[in-house]
Design a protein. Structure first.
Length: 61
């Protein structure tokens, strides 16, 4: 029997932003090409950006 930890995903919230149409199109295309939801693509991109931009790799405020 495995005794590892099970990661529980954080609940999601609606977060509306306005983007240039061309950027939104690129995001839709990336989501379609990777067979993922637009939200998943955006969440990953923002998380990676915040990791790079924060001191010591911690999420920003």
């Amino acid at each position: 029997m495995a005794t590892g930890h099970l990661e529980v995903p954080e609940s999601s919230v609606v977060f509306t932003v306005k983007l240039p149409g061309s950027l939104a199109g690129q995001i839709r295309a990336r989501a379609h090409a990777s067979d993922r939801a637009i939200s998943a693509v955006v969440a990953q991109a923002l998380a990676e950006f915040l990791q790079r931009e924060s001191p010591e790799g911690r999420p920003g405020r």
